[in-house]
Design a protein around this ligand. Structure first.
Ligand code: BJW
Length: 233
């Protein structure tokens, strides 16, 4: 990064940043939505109709995330270094439900689509760290109810987390950077327009131009594991 002025940076990340760590994206030809219909696994209606199916989908992704080979890649590590070394503020907003940013060392981080390694109890609303499988009769450690746990992620039609804090940061930031996201899913796809309206410079780092390409002042295209460290240094 060559900007000598310490300013406020908001970074949005998507599935593309974790692909080189071995996690699938959603809309690439080898992505998750090529193998399963999102209507069957990523909506509240799907969970009501067939909770066992939805648990199985997320149980498989949870055990995939916990495989030893899945580790933060140079892009995650570079963003953690940026947060540590940048004299201004860096807020990282991720759409990803994996924990690779925190494993890399990022601290000022919002998981707007939730976290795969947490469960939420529909009876008592407790959010609890969870590394094993979720079953239909899993017991809530907080309230003792059975069968009321769901993965703590944001499905289509649900409100993403911490939106007020995100919009406030977008309105104030000097630089907005979008990394590894296709720009298909709202409200995240609208963040670039919000940041621009507040006067921020906008940059996209992605394998290929995203849906919102024309809204970015600049774009660099290639694998995140190469682009992000090169941008941060
Ligand atoms: C690389 C790379 C490498 C590959 N290096 N790059 C406005 C207009 C139209 C529709 C809507 C709207 N507002 C809301 C909607 C409805 C809906 C929506 O957006 N639908 C669209 C499909 C049109 N949005 C919602 O429902 C959201 N909720 C909401 O808006 O609530 C409002 C509300 C109001 C009042 C009451 C209640 C609610 C919620 C969206 C939730 C999305 N959930 C998912 C699943 C989460 C859990 C899980 O992981 O299973 O989130 S869907 C999925 O998509 C996941 C992702 O976070 C999200 C975004 O995907 P992402 O990260 O962009 O991945 P890809 O695969 O699309 O792109 C990867 C990119 O990386 C590509 O560009 C590659 O080229 C690139 N890449 N390898 C760098 N190595």
């Amino acid at each position: 990064m060559h900007d000598p002025q310490p300013g406020k940076i908001v970074i949005l990340t998507g599935a593309g940043i974790s692909r080189e760590s071995g996690l699938a994206t959603f809309r690439d030809p080898d992505g998750i939505w090529a193998t399963v219909r999102l209507e069957e696994v990523a909506t509240p209606e799907a969970f009501r109709a067939n909770p066992a199916r939805v648990h199985a989908f997320y149980n498989a992704r949870r055990s995939g995330l916990l495989e030893a080979a899945v580790q933060p890649n140079p892009a995650h590590l570079a963003l953690a270094r940026l947060e540590r070394d940048w004299p201004g503020e860096v807020l990282l907003v991720t759409q990803n439900i994996d924990d690779l940013h925190e494993r890399a060392g990022s601290k000022n981080l919002i998981h707007m689509h939730g976290e795969l390694l947490k469960t939420r109890c529909l009876a008592c609303e407790a959010v609890i760290a969870w590394q094993g499988d979720l079953e239909l009769d899993s017991l809530c450690p907080a309230c003792g109810e059975r069968g009321r746990l769901r993965v703590n992620v944001v499905w289509f039609g649900e409100m993403p987390f911490e939106m007020e804090r995100i919009y406030a940061a977008l309105a104030e930031c000097d630089l907005f950077v979008s990394i590894g996201t296709s720009g298909n899913v709202y409200p995240a796809a609208g963040f670039v327009a919000e940041a621009r309206a507040g006067g921020a410079h906008t940059l996209e780092l992605n394998l290929e131009p995203s849906e919102g390409r024309r809204l970015f002042d600049a774009g660099r295209y290639g694998p995140a594991g190469e682009l992000v460290p090169a941008w941060v240094e």
